[in-house]
Ligand binder design. Structure first.
Ligand SMILES: [Mg+2]
Length: 373
């Protein structure tokens, strides 16, 4: 089984909530997805997606994703998509870094692998835990009472985990505003709900300590990406009692090894930050070995990104999994229909082979590039 053709599609994904606000004054209204279609000599196909969160979140941006896929795709022609680690070796030899671009190709290979053997990807990744995965929302930073209402709206739609963004500048209201945002978002917390408070690296240790000192006692949350560097994170972790989850700092294997070695209490495993399901599986196992909690997410994305999240999320031990991001809900355009199963307590991947995705080619339009025959 050999890859004979790779096609790349470019799809705009408008943000469903209007304007998304992150720390540092960053705003986002729309995202650009790179969708990859891999075709093999026996007719098997596989699909993958990579959608950067604009150009100011991590070191990835949509034009860069497409350009890097343009380097990687020709190198994969003739390769066997089922040999996923070897696919990674080829990409290592072709281009340094650019995990975002590698992701679309890696995920497409896993999809093709699953379709070729008639098994869902989660079974190839170790097997599904057969439990409903708690859905996690993603709330941009805003007015505290508006954030409280957003949490309530997600709760009503079955979400049991929430990622609450903070990181107000001093001019915007600083630690006091962030403390209000946290208190308001958690005000109606229900038993069993999980909250991440995510500063996206926007705080320094001093502002983080001030913010934590302003919070009322008894709020149950984990603090995600409070600071931009490992040294600041280590300093804060020595001086605060809340668990620290790393996200932007935990991209590559070596970063996750540092986290698992005692530098954090959990990771936010974003598939396009890791470089796909192949490294994502390694990060899952590093965390498992060290008892770190995991949320499985992606930078953003549509249906194919969600499918990859669910298939990896379904293989994380239940006691360690805190939630899966329903990124499809964050954007207004669906690129595929999924066979996911929704229940009152969460979501799980279906049982169709591969990612379980039926791509809507009308949404994709014509490919922007094709390699192979
Ligand atoms: Mg984060």
């Amino acid at each position: 089984m050999r890859i004979t053709r790779i096609a790349l599609y470019d799809v705009e994904l408008p943000y469903a909530g209007g304007v998304y606000h992150l720390s540092g004054g960053r705003t986002y209204t729309s995202f650009e997805a790179s969708i990859v279609r891999v075709t093999c000599d026996d007719g098997t196909e596989g699909w993958g997606e990579s959608t950067p969160f604009g150009s100011t979140y991590i070191a990835a941006h949509p034009a860069g994703t497409r350009a890097a896929i343009g380097l990687l795709a020709p190198a994969l022609l003739g390769a066997d998509p089922r040999r996923t680690e070897r696919i990674g070796d080829v990409m290592d030899r072709t281009l340094t870094g650019h995990q975002d671009a590698r992701t679309a190709l890696d995920v497409a290979c896993w999809d093709a692998f699953g379709r070729s053997v008639g098994l869902p990807v989660c079974e190839l990744l170790g097997g599904s835990t057969d439990t409903a995965l708690p859905m996690m929302s993603s709330l941009g930073a805003g007015d505290p009472e508006a954030m409280r209402a957003q949490v309530a709206a997600y709760r009503a739609r079955g979400y049991r985990a929430h990622s609450v963004k903070i990181g107000a500048s001093e001019a915007e209201g600083g630690p006091a505003l962030d403390a209000e945002r946290i208190a308001a978002s958690l005000a109606d917390r229900q038993p069993g709900e999980f909250f991440l408070v995510d500063a996206n690296g926007g705080l320094v240790v001093e502002s983080a300590l001030r913010m934590l000192g302003l919070l009322p006692p008894g709020l149950d949350f984990a603090l995600e990406a409070p600071c931009a560097t490992w040294s600041e994170t280590a300093s804060l972790r020595r001086r605060c009692s809340c668990p620290i989850v790393v996200d932007e700092l935990a991209a590559l294997d070596a970063d996750v090894a540092v986290a698992a070695g005692g530098a954090a209490d959990g990771i936010n495993l974003k598939i396009s930050k890791a470089g796909g399901l192949t490294p994502g599986r390694r990060h899952r196992d590093l965390c498992r070995a060290s008892g770190l909690t995991i949320t499985v997410q992606d930078t953003v994305g549509s249906s194919l990104a969600l499918a990859a999240i669910l298939h990896l999320g379904a293989t994380v031990p239940t006691r360690l999994l805190r939630g899966v991001l329903n990124c499809e809900d964050m954007v207004t355009r669906r690129v595929a229909a999924l066979d996911t199963v929704r229940t009152d307590d969460g979501i799980r991947p279906g049982t169709a082979p591969g990612l379980g995705a039926t791509v809507d080619e009308d949404v994709l339009g014509e490919p922007v590039a094709v390699w192979g025959d």
